[in-house]
Design a binder for this molecule. Structure first.
Ligand code: OAD
Length: 240
C-alpha cells in the first residue's frame, strides 16, 4: 500500500480543491497553460471584470455564451467521475472547486463548494435575481424584475467571493486530514491559500498536476500526471 493510499484510508476528513486542469481532458480550456490557456488568447481585463461588462456588455455576454455552449457540449471525464466516487466512499469528503463549469455536478458530485460561481447560472447584475427567464437572442438580455442587464453568476476579477462559500472552504481546510490539490496553477487568491492553510493545520497534502506550481514545494506528495490518469487508480487502489 503506498503512502497516499494509507493516508486516505486513515483520514477522517478528505478535502479536494480542483482547478481548470481537471476539466482539460473534457476539452474545456484552462486559463494559464501555454498556447491553449484562455488568458493566452484573451485579455481578462476586457472580459472578466465588472468594468469590462460596464464598458462592453455585449462583448462580455457573447464571450460567456461561447464558453457556456462549449461547457454544455463537454462531458465529465474520468477525473470528475473518480471524485464523485470518492465522495460516495470516503467518510467525510468536501469538494471545493474554482471551476465554473458544471462537470463535477454532472459527474455525480453532490456537495460542491463553487468558489468562483457557475457559468451555467445567470443572475441580474443589479437586483441579483438568480436564473431568471431570459430572451437568449438578446445580448445581453435584461432582468424581468428590474430591466437591468443579466450576467453570468461567476466571480470576476476585482469582485469578492461569496463569504458563505469561502468560510465553508476555510473550515473544511482547517479540518482536513488529507488535502488534494488537483489541476490548479495555485496562482489566484484566495483559492491559492487553501492548500497552504490545510498544510498548516496538519493535513497530509497531495498535488496532482503535470507541472510545478507554487504549492509543489510544500506538498507532501506531487503526482506529476494528468488528473484523469491518476485519480481513477488512486480511488480504486484505496477503496476496493
Ligand atoms: P490555470 O489555467 O491557472 O491552471 C491550470 C493548471 O492545470 C495548470 O497548473 C496546469 O499545469 C494544470 N493541468 C493542465 N492539464 C491538466 C490535467 N489534465 N490534469 C491535471 N492538471 C492539469 O487554472 P486555475 O488554477 O483553475 O478565475 O485558475 C484559477 C482561476 O484563474 C480560475 O478559476 C479563473 C482564472 O482566472 C476566475 O474566473 C475568477
Amino acid at each position: 500500500m503506498n503512502l497516499c493510499t494509507q493516508k486516505l484510508l486513515a483520514a477522517k476528513s478528505i478535502v479536494v480543491l480542483t482547478g481548470a486542469g481537471v476539466s482539460a481532458e473534457s476539452g474545456v480550456p484552462t486559463f494559464r497553460d501555454a498556447q491553449t490557456g484562455l488568458w493566452e488568447r484573451f485579455r481578462p481585463e476586457e472580459l472578466a471584470t465588472p468594468a469590462a461588462f460596464q464598458d462592453n456588455p455585449k462583448l462580455v455576454w457573447d464571450w460567456y455564451t461561447w464558453r457556456r455552449e462549449l461547457v454544455s457540449r463537454a462531458q465529465p471525464n474520468l477525473a470528475h467521475k473518480a471524485l464523485a466516487s470518492m465522495e460516495r466512499v470516503a467518510p467525510h469528503f468536501r469538494l471545493i472547486t474554482q471551476n465554473v463549469d458544471d462537470l463535477h455536478f454532472r459527474a455525480g458530485s453532490q456537495s460542491i463548494l463553487e468558489l468562483h460561481g457557475s457559468i451555467t447560472r445567470i443572475r441580474c447584475s443589479v437586483c441579483n435575481l438568480i436564473e431568471p427567464e431570459f430572451d437568449s437572442n438578446s445580448s445581453p438580455p435584461t432582468c424581468p424584475r428590474c430591466s437591468n442587464y443579466l450576467r453570468p453568476d461567476v466571480v470576476w476579477f476585482g469582485e469578492s467571493l461569496s463569504e458563505t462559500v469561502l468560510s465553508a472552504a476555510y473550515e473544511a481546510c482547517s479540518q482536513a486530514d488529507v488535502f488534494i490539490s488537483i489541476g490548479t496553477s495555485t496562482m489566484v487568491q484566495p483559492a491559492a491559500s487553501l492548500p497552504f492553510m490545510a498544510k498548516q493545520y496538519g493535513a497530509f497534502t497531495i498535488e496532482i498536476n503535470p507541472d510545478d506550481t507554487p504549492f509543489s514545494i510544500a506538498a507532501d506528495v506531487c503526482l506529476r500526471q494528468k488528473a484523469a490518469a491518476v485519480l481513477p487508480a488512486l480511488v480504486s487502489q484505496t477503496w476496493t
